[in-house]
Each structure stands twice: as structure tokens, then as C-alpha cells.
Design a protein around this ligand. Structure first.
Ligand code: NPG
Length: 367
């Protein structure tokens, strides 16, 4: 699916997304059910070690075959059954999400209802604040035009991608444009090194919410040292791939804020576990995005309504990235907020005609 505009980060430029979807077909109580999950792996292994062809291969060859022996499969079983396969959280997460979607649809329940976030205290539909992620631009004027457009669209928080050479001046110009009161944060996607502490501390003057993943994902100690050098809170993204790893990073002082992405951590159930442990440790969390279609965005919107998600997430409108979404009810922002979906399942219905028009291949595994 082509992106409306190329999205540049410190690890490359995304001009389109090659997306792996998992569709689980089964019966519950003799009634046919169908569930969908979106794998967030990119075409290239440049965000993490996973990539879409690898995710498809491990899914077909190593993950789905392990699920064959379980007649009454539930989403709660998927993580445990697939645990002997090391890694591949994005591939595993897509399967779990598809099973969870099928299960919830069969029960006529929404994911929001399962999480207890379907309605606000006054009974109105829950709404969550919507933040937007802005790519790197060589020309600061182009960056400011893009940011102004998103501010005009009503986004309540701006996240800027940064990298060495496109950081201090870009952030200064955007802070000057949006003023002191609009929440602003940056995401380095591992582009800096432990020796960049003094340089990154120059970002402290811009009153940022956080600096996201400045160092390589395995450098937990480096992030802890950086947190001592920089006033702005250090937030982890790529480093957090499980609840256990998140607890360790917090204990080491490397994670003052956590970006939770269900696909990165192996699924929505692990994402909930990470939310819960962060709440226990008083660590604010927010819901990150992986340029998902409405399938992932809808489920993320429900997850982001949990109480520990106290910072606006990257749950922008479908149109931020796609001219046409593959769900019947694309995510929209109204007044800077997204309404939490309450349809049965993970929060979406597939537009089968649009999906068909963008499908490049389908593999059916029967078991
Ligand atoms: O809103 O879905 C979104 C994108 C949010 O910037 C975003 N994601 O590293 O967090 C990231 C980043 C990203 C992921 C960028 C995948 C490019 C691909």
C-alpha cells in the first residue's frame, strides 16, 4: 500500500508498506468465525531484525504448524505454544491478534469491552488523544509546513523524527512555530551513541515530553547513563520486546517512559502485561505506531484507553499514511481525539473489495 507521502526516519524512507495479514478461520460452538491480525514488520530489517518476508516464512514454516495440535485454540494459548520459537514477536503478535479477533467476534464482544474501556464514565464512547509522528526533512521550511498542517488537523501532540544533523535546529524551529504549550517529543530510532550525552542534553531547553530510543536497542546501560546526563525523560521503543525486558530496563533506570507497541512485544496480551507492570512502577506509557492500517490502529486505540496510557500515542488518522484504508471505518481524528471502536472483535471490519485490490499474494494453510 503506497503512503500518501514518503516517511523518512533515521533508518530509512518508507514510501509504501508491504503488509502481512493473518486471517484465522475456524468454528466456535459450530459457528464459523474469521479473525484478522496485522503483522507490523517492515519490508526491510531496519527497524528491528524482523522483516515481512521473514515473518511470512517463520509464520508458515514454524509458527502455524505448532498451533495445529490444539483443537480449542484461544488467544491466551498462542504466546505459550509459540514460546519455544525464539524471537519473531511481530509474526507471533499477528497470529495472536487474529485468534483474539475471531474469539471476540464469536462472543459478540469488542476488544474495548474486554479491556473495560468501551465507554467513558458518563456512558459516552471513549475517546483518546491523538498524536502525530513527523518524518525528517532536509529543509526546515518543509518540516514547518508539515507540522503546521498537522497542528491544523488538530493533533494534540507532535513527535519529530531526529538524527545527527537533523535535530537541534529542527526541534528549535518547531518549538518556535507551535509555541510552548503544544506537547512535543522526539524519536531518534537508535541513531545516537553513548558519547552523544552532552549533545542530546541541548534538547533540554525545548521542554520536550521525552527523547525516544536515542541509542541502539541492546544498549540498556547506555540509556541509563544517558538518563543521568539528560533532563528530558528517556523513553524506550525498540529496546522493549517483552514484559520481563521492560521490567529490567526500568530497574536499571534506562526507561523513564515506555512506548508500547503490541506488534513489537509479541501481541496485545503482552502489551497489556507491560502496561500493568509500568503502572505498578509509576512509569508513564503511550501507544506507539508502526504505520499500521486500520486493523492495527483500531486495536491500538482501545489499548491506548487503558489508564496507564497517560501520554498521547501515535494513533493518527488512517489518512496520515494511506489514501485508502482496508477497513470499512478508517480511523479519524475529531477534535484531536480518536473514538475507541466498539464493534465486535478487535475494532474493525475489513473492506474486502479494497483489500482485494491491494492483495499481492495469498497463502492458505489448513490444519
Ligand atoms: O503513526 O503509525 C504511526 C507511525 C509512528 O513514527 C511512528 N513509528 O519508529 O516509532 C517508530 C515509527 C516508525 C515505525 C517509522 C515503522 C517507520 C516505520
Amino acid at each position: 500500500m503506497p503512503l500518501v507521502t514518503p516517511f523518512r526516519t533515521s533508518f530509512g524512507v518508507e514510501a509504501d508498506r508491504d503488509i502481512l495479514l493473518v486471517n484465522v478461520l475456524g468454528t466456535v460452538g459450530g459457528v464459523a468465525v474469521s479473525g484478522w491480525g496485522e503483522c507490523v514488520a517492515l519490508a526491510d530489517p531496519t527497524y528491528s531484525a524482523e522483516y515481512v518476508d521473514g515473518a511470512q516464512h517463520v509464520t508458515e514454516g514454524h509458527l502455524l504448524p505448532r498451533l495445529t495440535a490444539v483443537p480449542e485454540l484461544t488467544a491466551a494459548d498462542v504466546g505459550r505454544i509459540l514460546a519455544p520459537v525464539h524471537g519473531h514477536p511481530m509474526a507471533k503478535g499477528a497470529i495472536e491478534a487474529a485468534v483474539l479477533d475471531a474469539q471476540l467476534r464469536a462472543a459478540g464482544r469488542s476488544f474495548a469491552d474486554l479491556l473495560g474501556v468501551a465507554a467513558a464514565d458518563d456512558g459516552s464512547p471513549r475517546r483518546i488523544p491523538s498524536g502525530v509522528s513527523v518524518g525528517i526533512f532536509d529543509d526546515v521550511e518543509d518540516l514547518l509546513a508539515a507540522v503546521q498542517g498537522y497542528v491544523d488537523d488538530g493533533y494534540v501532540r507532535i513527535k519529530l523524527k531526529i538524527e545527527p544533523g537533523a535535530d537541534i535546529d529542527h526541534v528549535a524551529a518547531v518549538r518556535d512555530l507551535i509555541g510552548p504549550d503544544t506537547p512535543l517529543q522526539v524519536d531518534a530510532n537508535t541513531a545516537y551513541r553513548r558519547t552523544d550525552g552532552q549533545h542530546l542534553a541541548r534538547l533540554d531547553e525545548f521542554d520536550l515530553l521525552l527523547i525516544e530510543q536515542p541509542l541502539p536497542e541492546e544498549d540498556i546501560v547506555g540509556h541509563a547513563r544517558l538518563a543521568a546526563e539528560v533532563e528530558t525523560p528517556i523513553c524506550l521503543d525498540e529496546s522493549l520486546v517483552s514484559a520481563a525486558g521492560t521490567a529490567d530496563a526500568i530497574e536499571l533506570g534506562a526507561c523513564e517512559i515506555a512506548n508500547i507497541k503490541p506488534g513489537r512485544v509479541g501481541g496485545y496480551l503482552e502489551a497489556i502485561r507491560i502496561h500493568d507492570l509500568c503502572v505498578q512502577r509509576d512509569i508513564p506509557v503511550w501507544c506507539g505506531g508502526m504505520v499500521e492500517t486500520g486493523i492495527g490502529r483500531a486495536a491500538n486505540a482501545a489499548l491506548a484507553a487503558l489508564p496507564g496510557f497517560t501520554l498521547p500515542g501515535d494513533i493518527s488518522a488512517s489518512t496520515r499514511f494511506y489514501a485508502q484504508d482496508i477497513v470499512t471505518d478508517p480511523i479519524q481524528i475529531i477534535g484531536g481525539h480518536v473514538t475507541v471502536p466498539t464493534v465486535a472483535g478487535m475494532g474493525f471490519d475489513i473492506d474486502l473489495d479494497v483489500l482485494d485490490s491491494v492483495t499481492t499474494s495469498t497463502t492458505t494453510i489448513s490444519f
